[in-house]
Design a protein around this ligand. Structure first.
Ligand code: FSX
Ligand code: SF4
Length: 301
């Protein structure tokens, strides 16, 4: 069963979630998705914590659920999401099999050990389909593949250490071009603005890590307001530079200092924590270099 724009709105409203965009973006996405040939969106979840989906839904506007967010929700044709889809079972599997003209969003890394059976998103006719199979199949048919979060983009938390499940990036598994929206999780604005650009068919300039430069082109440290306010000597000290406590801001591309999180309330360093570099291929262990791993070449055009 396909999720209609209306029904997606209902699920999101039930979760007290709303997504925000400025009016220009909204007008643009309405134009982009209002076309009969506009692609739908399939969202897969693999080896992750679902935090990326939660972040996507976490742009809360409790006082006015029918604001700009409603327009976006009505505009995006979400054909599949493992937890937002109303339908289940073979009906949904058949819809996914029939899907064409879609953008594939992948959240989470791809487990490849145990024949891929560490992650089984669905069964088809009683046969288990592994996440690895699903990603390979759908990526091959998608108009564009977008990795949501650091796990899908670079392996992230799930590929660290011994990596017993053999978690790989989407790009390692498919060998194809992928657009990356890293962050553990990514900010909802990063997800939404990238999705809008993809739906508009824009050419999205990316850096050498496959990330849109419009979002990730500036380093945390370059725009951190705390550099001149003295060095923090312990964690939990608000408003001081965390450089001596391992802050990854100088090596991390992200606009957290200006955009902040939770509707502009706060961000890591302001809350007394070093930046952990969650948008980088080295996350969560900056000492473990994974140069070249899963780094996308930008969108397919
Ligand atoms: Fe990874 Fe998504 Fe971190 Fe979690 O599932 S980017 S573990 S916030 O949410 O993939
Ligand atoms: Fe991630 Fe650093 Fe931004 Fe915190 S400040 S969300 S660790 S990029």
């Amino acid at each position: 069963m396909l999720i209609t724009r209306r029904s997606f709105l209902k699920y999101c409203a039930a979760a007290s979630a709303a997504l925000g965009l400025n009016p220009t973006d909204l007008w643009a996405v309405e134009q982009a998705t209002g076309r009969p040939e506009a692609p739908s969106v399939l969202w897969l979840q693999g080896s992750g914590c679902s935090g990326c989906s939660i972040s996507f839904l976490n742009y809360i506007s409790p006082s006015d659920p029918k604001d700009a967010a409603d327009v976006l929700i009505r505009s995006v044709s979400l054909a599949y999401h493992p937890t937002l889809s109303a339908g289940a079972g073979q009906t949904v599997v058949d819809e996914v099999k029939r899907a064409d003209n879609f953008i594939l969003l992948v959240e989470g890394g791809v487990p490849t050990a145990f024949g891929g059976h560490a992650c089984v998103p669905w069964s088809d006719g009683g046969k288990e389909i592994t996440f690895e199979q699903a990603v390979r199949d759908l990526a091959g048919r998608a108009k564009q593949v977008v990795c949501i979060g650091t796990c899908a983009s670079y392996g992230g938390v799930n590929a660290i250490g011994g990596n017993p499940a053999g978690v790989k990036t989407v790009r390692e598994v498919t060998g194809g071009s992928t657009l990356h929206v890293p962050g553990c999780p990514p900010h909802p604005n990063w997800i939404v603005s990238t999705l809008v650009s993809v739906l508009q068919g824009k050419n999205i300039p990316v850096d050498d890590r496959g990330r849109p430069t419009s979002i990730y082109g500036r380093r945390i440290h370059d725009e951190c307001p705390f550099e001149d306010r003295g060095k923090a000597r312990s964690f939990g000290i608000n408003g001081k530079c965390m450089e001596d406590l391992g802050c990854q801001g100088p090596a991390t591309g992200a606009p957290c200092a200006q955009m902040k999180w939770n509707n502009g309330v706060n961000w890591c360093v302001q809350a007394g924590s070093p930046c952990l570099g969650c948008t980088e291929p080295t996350f969560p262990n900056p000492a473990q270099r994974r140069r070249g791993r899963g780094q996308g070449r930008g969108p397919r055009n």
